[in-house]
Design a protein around this ligand. Structure first.
Ligand code: AMP
Ligand code: MG
Length: 401
Protein backbone atom coordinates (compact mmCIF):
# COMPACT_ATOMS: atom_id res chain seq x y z
CA UNK A 1 0.00 0.00 0.00
CA UNK A 2 1.13 3.51 -0.83
CA UNK A 3 1.22 6.15 1.88
CA UNK A 4 -1.27 9.01 1.33
CA UNK A 5 1.21 11.89 1.31
CA UNK A 6 3.47 10.03 -1.07
CA UNK A 7 0.55 9.35 -3.41
CA UNK A 8 -0.47 13.01 -3.27
CA UNK A 9 3.03 14.17 -4.21
CA UNK A 10 3.41 11.57 -6.95
CA UNK A 11 0.12 12.56 -8.52
CA UNK A 12 0.73 16.30 -8.21
CA UNK A 13 3.95 15.80 -10.18
CA UNK A 14 2.51 13.46 -12.80
CA UNK A 15 2.47 16.22 -15.42
CA UNK A 16 3.71 19.77 -15.86
CA UNK A 17 1.86 23.00 -16.70
CA UNK A 18 0.17 23.36 -20.05
CA UNK A 19 2.21 25.11 -22.73
CA UNK A 20 -0.81 26.49 -24.59
CA UNK A 21 -1.46 30.20 -24.20
CA UNK A 22 -4.49 32.33 -24.92
CA UNK A 23 -4.93 36.06 -25.01
CA UNK A 24 -8.42 36.67 -23.71
CA UNK A 25 -10.64 39.71 -23.17
CA UNK A 26 -10.47 40.94 -19.59
CA UNK A 27 -14.22 40.38 -19.19
CA UNK A 28 -13.66 36.63 -19.73
CA UNK A 29 -10.58 36.34 -17.53
CA UNK A 30 -12.13 35.25 -14.23
CA UNK A 31 -11.11 31.68 -13.40
CA UNK A 32 -8.16 31.66 -15.81
CA UNK A 33 -4.49 31.48 -14.88
CA UNK A 34 -2.12 34.33 -15.69
CA UNK A 35 0.63 33.18 -18.07
CA UNK A 36 3.28 35.84 -17.39
CA UNK A 37 4.39 38.22 -14.64
CA UNK A 38 2.85 41.65 -15.16
CA UNK A 39 4.21 45.07 -14.14
CA UNK A 40 2.33 48.33 -13.70
CA UNK A 41 2.60 50.65 -16.71
CA UNK A 42 0.51 53.45 -15.19
CA UNK A 43 0.67 55.16 -11.79
CA UNK A 44 -2.52 54.51 -9.82
CA UNK A 45 -4.08 56.92 -9.22
CA UNK A 46 -2.66 58.61 -12.32
CA UNK A 47 -3.02 62.10 -10.77
CA UNK A 48 -3.62 63.67 -7.35
CA UNK A 49 -7.36 63.70 -6.70
CA UNK A 50 -9.88 64.36 -4.01
CA UNK A 51 -10.99 61.61 -1.61
CA UNK A 52 -14.04 63.67 -0.57
CA UNK A 53 -16.78 65.94 -1.77
CA UNK A 54 -15.51 69.35 -0.60
CA UNK A 55 -13.32 72.34 -1.47
CA UNK A 56 -9.67 72.74 -2.51
CA UNK A 57 -7.80 75.70 -1.07
CA UNK A 58 -4.50 76.90 0.36
CA UNK A 59 -4.20 76.35 4.08
CA UNK A 60 -2.58 79.81 4.32
CA UNK A 61 -5.77 81.42 2.96
CA UNK A 62 -7.88 80.17 5.86
CA UNK A 63 -9.05 82.44 8.64
CA UNK A 64 -11.77 81.76 11.19
CA UNK A 65 -15.06 83.20 9.91
CA UNK A 66 -13.64 84.30 6.53
CA UNK A 67 -15.39 83.40 3.28
CA UNK A 68 -13.52 82.41 0.12
CA UNK A 69 -14.99 83.05 -3.34
CA UNK A 70 -15.61 79.84 -5.31
CA UNK A 71 -13.49 80.04 -8.43
CA UNK A 72 -14.74 76.87 -10.22
CA UNK A 73 -16.97 73.85 -9.70
CA UNK A 74 -14.74 71.00 -10.84
CA UNK A 75 -16.47 67.63 -11.22
CA UNK A 76 -14.71 64.25 -11.54
CA UNK A 77 -13.53 64.11 -15.13
CA UNK A 78 -13.16 67.93 -15.44
CA UNK A 79 -9.86 69.77 -15.78
CA UNK A 80 -9.22 72.09 -12.81
CA UNK A 81 -8.04 75.69 -13.23
CA UNK A 82 -4.92 76.73 -11.31
CA UNK A 83 -6.18 77.96 -7.93
CA UNK A 84 -6.10 81.77 -7.58
CA UNK A 85 -4.86 83.17 -4.25
CA UNK A 86 -7.64 83.64 -1.72
CA UNK A 87 -10.07 81.37 -3.58
CA UNK A 88 -11.53 77.91 -3.22
CA UNK A 89 -12.48 75.37 -5.90
CA UNK A 90 -15.50 73.16 -5.35
CA UNK A 91 -14.46 69.48 -5.76
CA UNK A 92 -16.12 66.08 -5.73
CA UNK A 93 -14.73 62.62 -5.00
CA UNK A 94 -12.28 61.85 -7.79
CA UNK A 95 -11.94 65.48 -8.98
CA UNK A 96 -8.33 66.40 -9.81
CA UNK A 97 -6.53 68.64 -7.33
CA UNK A 98 -5.96 72.13 -8.81
CA UNK A 99 -2.41 73.42 -9.06
CA UNK A 100 -1.73 75.64 -6.07
CA UNK A 101 -4.16 73.91 -3.71
CA UNK A 102 -2.56 72.18 -0.74
CA UNK A 103 -5.58 70.72 1.03
CA UNK A 104 -9.16 69.55 0.65
CA UNK A 105 -11.82 70.42 3.19
CA UNK A 106 -14.77 68.13 3.32
CA UNK A 107 -18.21 69.50 2.61
CA UNK A 108 -19.38 68.72 6.16
CA UNK A 109 -16.92 71.36 7.52
CA UNK A 110 -18.18 74.16 5.28
CA UNK A 111 -21.10 76.52 4.69
CA UNK A 112 -21.67 77.66 1.10
CA UNK A 113 -23.75 80.71 0.17
CA UNK A 114 -23.70 83.25 -2.71
CA UNK A 115 -20.87 81.45 -4.46
CA UNK A 116 -18.65 81.80 -1.39
CA UNK A 117 -17.61 79.22 1.13
CA UNK A 118 -16.84 79.51 4.82
CA UNK A 119 -14.57 76.81 6.22
CA UNK A 120 -15.75 76.16 9.77
CA UNK A 121 -12.79 74.13 10.97
CA UNK A 122 -9.10 74.92 10.57
CA UNK A 123 -7.71 72.75 7.78
CA UNK A 124 -4.47 70.78 7.95
CA UNK A 125 -2.22 70.57 4.89
CA UNK A 126 -2.62 67.59 2.50
CA UNK A 127 -5.86 66.28 3.93
CA UNK A 128 -8.27 64.19 1.84
CA UNK A 129 -5.91 64.04 -1.14
CA UNK A 130 -5.18 60.73 -2.86
CA UNK A 131 -1.67 61.15 -4.23
CA UNK A 132 -0.57 60.08 -7.68
CA UNK A 133 0.97 56.57 -7.46
CA UNK A 134 0.09 56.03 -3.79
CA UNK A 135 -1.68 52.80 -4.76
CA UNK A 136 0.65 51.48 -7.49
CA UNK A 137 3.75 52.98 -9.09
CA UNK A 138 4.74 52.40 -12.72
CA UNK A 139 7.17 49.49 -12.87
CA UNK A 140 5.95 47.85 -9.66
CA UNK A 141 5.18 44.13 -9.84
CA UNK A 142 1.45 43.76 -10.41
CA UNK A 143 0.63 40.04 -10.57
CA UNK A 144 2.75 36.89 -10.81
CA UNK A 145 2.47 34.19 -13.46
CA UNK A 146 0.32 31.40 -12.06
CA UNK A 147 -2.19 33.71 -10.38
CA UNK A 148 -5.74 32.43 -10.59
CA UNK A 149 -7.56 35.49 -11.83
CA UNK A 150 -10.59 36.55 -9.86
CA UNK A 151 -12.67 39.71 -9.61
CA UNK A 152 -10.04 41.51 -7.52
CA UNK A 153 -7.25 40.76 -10.03
CA UNK A 154 -9.47 41.75 -12.93
CA UNK A 155 -10.13 45.12 -11.25
CA UNK A 156 -6.38 45.66 -10.85
CA UNK A 157 -5.69 44.83 -14.51
CA UNK A 158 -8.55 47.03 -15.69
CA UNK A 159 -7.16 49.94 -13.63
CA UNK A 160 -4.00 49.57 -15.72
CA UNK A 161 -6.02 49.90 -18.91
CA UNK A 162 -5.51 46.31 -20.04
CA UNK A 163 -8.25 45.11 -22.37
CA UNK A 164 -6.91 41.58 -22.71
CA UNK A 165 -4.73 39.35 -20.64
CA UNK A 166 -2.29 36.49 -21.42
CA UNK A 167 -3.49 33.28 -19.79
CA UNK A 168 -2.64 29.61 -19.94
CA UNK A 169 -4.86 27.44 -22.12
CA UNK A 170 -7.87 25.93 -20.38
CA UNK A 171 -7.15 22.40 -19.19
CA UNK A 172 -9.15 19.89 -21.26
CA UNK A 173 -10.33 16.96 -19.18
CA UNK A 174 -11.93 13.74 -20.40
CA UNK A 175 -14.18 11.78 -18.05
CA UNK A 176 -15.01 8.09 -18.33
CA UNK A 177 -17.45 6.26 -16.10
CA UNK A 178 -17.64 2.46 -16.17
CA UNK A 179 -20.09 -0.21 -15.10
CA UNK A 180 -22.86 -2.37 -16.54
CA UNK A 181 -25.17 -1.43 -13.66
CA UNK A 182 -25.27 2.26 -14.54
CA UNK A 183 -27.80 4.24 -16.54
CA UNK A 184 -27.71 7.96 -17.25
CA UNK A 185 -30.09 10.22 -15.28
CA UNK A 186 -33.18 10.92 -17.36
CA UNK A 187 -33.49 7.42 -18.79
CA UNK A 188 -35.65 4.49 -17.58
CA UNK A 189 -33.98 2.43 -14.87
CA UNK A 190 -34.47 -1.31 -14.30
CA UNK A 191 -34.54 -2.46 -10.63
CA UNK A 192 -31.02 -3.87 -10.86
CA UNK A 193 -29.63 -0.63 -12.22
CA UNK A 194 -28.52 2.63 -10.58
CA UNK A 195 -28.13 6.12 -11.94
CA UNK A 196 -24.72 7.32 -12.92
CA UNK A 197 -23.70 9.90 -10.29
CA UNK A 198 -20.01 10.05 -11.01
CA UNK A 199 -20.22 11.36 -14.58
CA UNK A 200 -22.15 14.54 -13.72
CA UNK A 201 -20.24 14.86 -10.43
CA UNK A 202 -16.82 14.76 -12.08
CA UNK A 203 -17.92 17.20 -14.78
CA UNK A 204 -18.99 19.57 -12.00
CA UNK A 205 -15.74 19.04 -10.07
CA UNK A 206 -13.67 19.72 -13.18
CA UNK A 207 -15.63 22.90 -13.91
CA UNK A 208 -15.32 23.95 -10.28
CA UNK A 209 -11.54 24.00 -10.74
CA UNK A 210 -11.84 26.11 -13.87
CA UNK A 211 -11.01 23.25 -16.27
CA UNK A 212 -13.12 22.10 -19.19
CA UNK A 213 -14.88 18.70 -19.15
CA UNK A 214 -14.57 18.02 -22.87
CA UNK A 215 -16.25 14.59 -22.88
CA UNK A 216 -18.21 12.67 -20.28
CA UNK A 217 -18.29 9.12 -21.67
CA UNK A 218 -19.57 5.86 -20.29
CA UNK A 219 -18.20 2.39 -21.03
CA UNK A 220 -19.69 -0.99 -20.27
CA UNK A 221 -17.45 -3.46 -18.46
CA UNK A 222 -15.82 -4.84 -21.59
CA UNK A 223 -12.30 -4.27 -22.72
CA UNK A 224 -13.49 -3.24 -26.20
CA UNK A 225 -15.80 -0.55 -24.80
CA UNK A 226 -13.13 0.74 -22.45
CA UNK A 227 -10.48 0.85 -25.18
CA UNK A 228 -12.72 2.77 -27.58
CA UNK A 229 -13.63 5.32 -24.90
CA UNK A 230 -10.06 5.80 -23.70
CA UNK A 231 -8.91 6.36 -27.30
CA UNK A 232 -11.46 9.13 -27.83
CA UNK A 233 -10.51 10.81 -24.57
CA UNK A 234 -6.78 10.54 -25.15
CA UNK A 235 -7.15 12.09 -28.60
CA UNK A 236 -8.94 15.20 -27.28
CA UNK A 237 -7.80 15.83 -23.72
CA UNK A 238 -4.86 16.94 -21.59
CA UNK A 239 -5.95 14.80 -18.65
CA UNK A 240 -8.19 11.72 -18.51
CA UNK A 241 -10.14 10.65 -15.43
CA UNK A 242 -11.80 7.26 -15.29
CA UNK A 243 -13.94 6.05 -12.43
CA UNK A 244 -14.83 2.53 -11.32
CA UNK A 245 -13.57 -0.81 -12.52
CA UNK A 246 -10.19 -0.29 -10.95
CA UNK A 247 -10.30 -2.82 -8.08
CA UNK A 248 -9.38 -6.46 -8.31
CA UNK A 249 -12.78 -7.92 -9.27
CA UNK A 250 -13.06 -9.97 -12.47
CA UNK A 251 -15.03 -7.14 -14.15
CA UNK A 252 -12.38 -4.59 -13.18
CA UNK A 253 -10.94 -4.13 -16.64
CA UNK A 254 -9.57 -0.60 -16.49
CA UNK A 255 -6.09 -1.69 -15.57
CA UNK A 256 -5.75 -4.21 -18.44
CA UNK A 257 -7.24 -1.67 -20.87
CA UNK A 258 -4.66 0.94 -19.87
CA UNK A 259 -1.92 -1.65 -20.19
CA UNK A 260 -3.14 -2.52 -23.70
CA UNK A 261 -2.91 1.18 -24.62
CA UNK A 262 0.73 1.15 -23.57
CA UNK A 263 0.28 2.89 -20.24
CA UNK A 264 2.56 2.20 -17.34
CA UNK A 265 0.66 2.10 -14.07
CA UNK A 266 2.62 3.97 -11.47
CA UNK A 267 0.53 3.71 -8.36
CA UNK A 268 -2.06 1.46 -6.97
CA UNK A 269 -3.52 0.95 -3.51
CA UNK A 270 -3.40 4.17 -1.52
CA UNK A 271 -3.57 3.85 2.23
CA UNK A 272 -6.63 6.09 2.54
CA UNK A 273 -10.27 5.65 3.44
CA UNK A 274 -12.47 6.20 1.53
CA UNK A 275 -10.84 5.49 -1.76
CA UNK A 276 -8.15 2.84 -1.71
CA UNK A 277 -7.82 1.85 -5.38
CA UNK A 278 -6.33 4.70 -7.42
CA UNK A 279 -4.21 4.27 -10.53
CA UNK A 280 -2.06 6.60 -12.57
CA UNK A 281 -0.96 5.81 -16.10
CA UNK A 282 0.73 7.93 -18.72
CA UNK A 283 -0.21 7.25 -22.30
CA UNK A 284 1.63 9.25 -24.95
CA UNK A 285 2.43 11.84 -22.29
CA UNK A 286 -1.20 12.23 -21.18
CA UNK A 287 -1.89 11.35 -17.56
CA UNK A 288 -4.81 9.01 -16.90
CA UNK A 289 -6.04 8.83 -13.32
CA UNK A 290 -8.40 6.02 -12.40
CA UNK A 291 -10.58 6.64 -9.38
CA UNK A 292 -12.58 4.25 -7.23
CA UNK A 293 -16.22 3.82 -8.27
CA UNK A 294 -18.04 4.66 -5.06
CA UNK A 295 -19.16 8.26 -5.46
CA UNK A 296 -17.92 9.25 -2.01
CA UNK A 297 -14.53 7.69 -2.68
CA UNK A 298 -14.32 9.32 -6.09
CA UNK A 299 -15.22 12.69 -4.54
CA UNK A 300 -12.63 12.42 -1.76
CA UNK A 301 -9.91 11.11 -4.06
CA UNK A 302 -10.62 13.88 -6.56
CA UNK A 303 -10.33 16.54 -3.85
CA UNK A 304 -7.26 15.12 -2.12
CA UNK A 305 -5.26 13.53 -4.93
CA UNK A 306 -6.49 14.78 -8.31
CA UNK A 307 -7.13 18.47 -7.63
CA UNK A 308 -3.41 19.22 -7.00
CA UNK A 309 -2.54 17.63 -10.36
CA UNK A 310 -5.24 19.71 -12.07
CA UNK A 311 -3.87 22.90 -10.49
CA UNK A 312 -0.34 21.93 -11.49
CA UNK A 313 -1.38 21.36 -15.10
CA UNK A 314 -3.29 24.65 -15.09
CA UNK A 315 -0.03 26.37 -14.18
CA UNK A 316 -1.40 27.68 -10.89
CA UNK A 317 0.84 29.09 -8.21
CA UNK A 318 -1.01 27.31 -5.41
CA UNK A 319 -1.08 23.55 -5.93
CA UNK A 320 -1.90 22.53 -2.36
CA UNK A 321 -4.55 24.70 -0.72
CA UNK A 322 -4.24 25.47 3.00
CA UNK A 323 -4.98 22.87 5.65
CA UNK A 324 -5.97 23.99 9.17
CA UNK A 325 -5.85 22.15 12.49
CA UNK A 326 -9.21 22.02 14.27
CA UNK A 327 -10.75 20.05 17.13
CA UNK A 328 -12.85 17.06 16.13
CA UNK A 329 -16.06 16.32 17.93
CA UNK A 330 -16.42 12.56 18.29
CA UNK A 331 -18.58 10.54 20.64
CA UNK A 332 -16.12 7.64 20.61
CA UNK A 333 -12.36 7.40 20.11
CA UNK A 334 -11.54 6.61 16.48
CA UNK A 335 -8.70 4.60 15.00
CA UNK A 336 -8.12 2.97 11.62
CA UNK A 337 -5.31 1.24 9.82
CA UNK A 338 -5.60 3.70 6.91
CA UNK A 339 -5.58 7.52 6.82
CA UNK A 340 -9.25 8.28 7.22
CA UNK A 341 -10.96 11.27 5.65
CA UNK A 342 -14.20 11.95 7.48
CA UNK A 343 -16.88 14.05 5.88
CA UNK A 344 -17.36 16.83 8.42
CA UNK A 345 -19.09 20.15 8.91
CA UNK A 346 -16.99 22.95 10.29
CA UNK A 347 -19.18 24.69 12.86
CA UNK A 348 -18.85 27.42 15.44
CA UNK A 349 -18.40 25.70 18.81
CA UNK A 350 -19.78 26.90 22.16
CA UNK A 351 -16.44 28.49 23.11
CA UNK A 352 -16.57 30.53 19.90
CA UNK A 353 -13.88 28.70 17.94
CA UNK A 354 -14.50 26.18 15.16
CA UNK A 355 -14.99 22.46 15.56
CA UNK A 356 -15.41 19.60 13.13
CA UNK A 357 -18.56 17.52 13.35
CA UNK A 358 -18.54 14.22 11.41
CA UNK A 359 -21.50 13.01 9.38
CA UNK A 360 -23.19 10.13 11.19
CA UNK A 361 -22.90 7.56 8.40
CA UNK A 362 -19.41 7.54 6.91
CA UNK A 363 -19.95 4.65 4.43
CA UNK A 364 -18.30 5.17 1.06
CA UNK A 365 -21.65 4.73 -0.70
CA UNK A 366 -23.44 7.45 1.29
CA UNK A 367 -23.90 10.20 -1.28
CA UNK A 368 -26.11 12.26 1.06
CA UNK A 369 -23.04 12.95 3.22
CA UNK A 370 -21.40 14.87 0.38
CA UNK A 371 -23.59 17.97 0.06
CA UNK A 372 -23.77 18.04 3.88
CA UNK A 373 -20.02 18.18 4.39
CA UNK A 374 -18.04 21.43 4.23
CA UNK A 375 -14.75 19.58 4.22
CA UNK A 376 -12.74 16.51 5.14
CA UNK A 377 -11.07 15.82 8.48
CA UNK A 378 -7.93 13.74 8.23
CA UNK A 379 -7.39 11.11 10.91
CA UNK A 380 -3.87 9.68 10.82
CA UNK A 381 -3.49 5.93 10.33
CA UNK A 382 -3.00 3.82 13.46
CA UNK A 383 -3.48 6.74 15.87
CA UNK A 384 -6.22 6.88 18.47
CA UNK A 385 -8.17 10.13 18.00
CA UNK A 386 -10.21 11.34 20.98
CA UNK A 387 -12.93 13.94 21.34
CA UNK A 388 -11.57 17.48 20.79
CA UNK A 389 -8.23 16.28 19.43
CA UNK A 390 -7.02 18.65 16.74
CA UNK A 391 -6.87 17.12 13.27
CA UNK A 392 -6.06 18.50 9.80
CA UNK A 393 -9.11 19.99 8.09
CA UNK A 394 -9.31 20.18 4.30
CA UNK A 395 -11.87 22.88 3.51
CA UNK A 396 -13.53 21.84 0.26
CA UNK A 397 -14.15 25.49 -0.66
CA UNK A 398 -10.40 25.62 -1.18
CA UNK A 399 -9.66 22.03 -2.18
CA UNK A 400 -12.29 21.99 -4.89
CA UNK A 401 -11.45 25.43 -6.28
P1 AMP B 1 -16.40 -0.38 -8.96
O1 AMP B 1 -15.15 0.30 -8.52
O2 AMP B 1 -16.64 -0.30 -10.43
O3 AMP B 1 -16.47 -1.78 -8.45
O4 AMP B 1 -17.59 0.41 -8.26
C1 AMP B 1 -17.70 0.46 -6.86
C2 AMP B 1 -19.10 0.87 -6.46
O5 AMP B 1 -19.37 2.17 -6.95
C3 AMP B 1 -20.20 -0.03 -7.05
O6 AMP B 1 -21.21 -0.14 -6.07
C4 AMP B 1 -20.71 0.75 -8.24
O7 AMP B 1 -22.02 0.47 -8.56
C5 AMP B 1 -20.55 2.18 -7.76
N1 AMP B 1 -20.34 3.05 -8.88
C6 AMP B 1 -19.36 2.93 -9.80
N2 AMP B 1 -19.44 3.90 -10.71
C7 AMP B 1 -20.52 4.64 -10.37
C8 AMP B 1 -21.14 5.79 -10.93
N3 AMP B 1 -20.65 6.35 -12.05
N4 AMP B 1 -22.22 6.32 -10.32
C9 AMP B 1 -22.69 5.74 -9.19
N5 AMP B 1 -22.15 4.67 -8.61
C10 AMP B 1 -21.08 4.11 -9.19
MG1 MG C 1 -17.74 -1.30 -11.74
Amino acid sequence: MLDFDHAQTLLANAAGPLQRRDDIPLNDAAGRVLATDLEATVDIPPADNSAMDGYALRVADWQAGARLPIQQRCYAGDVPEPLKPGHAIRLFTGSLIPDGADTVVMQEDTVEADNQVEITRQPAPNQHIRRRGEDTLTGAPLLAAGTLLQAAHVALLASQGLASVPVLGQLRVGILTTGDELVPPGTPRAPEQIYNSNGPMLAALVRGLGALPVHVLHARDTEADLLAAFKTLLADCDLVLSVGGVSVGERDLVKPALATLGGELSLWKVRMKPGKPVALAKIGGTPVVSLPGNPVSAYAVFAMLVSPLVRRMQGRETIFPPVSLLPLRTERPRQDGREEFLRVQCRTAEHGGSELVPYGHQGSGVISSMPWATGLARLPADVLVNDQDRVPYYDLRHWLA
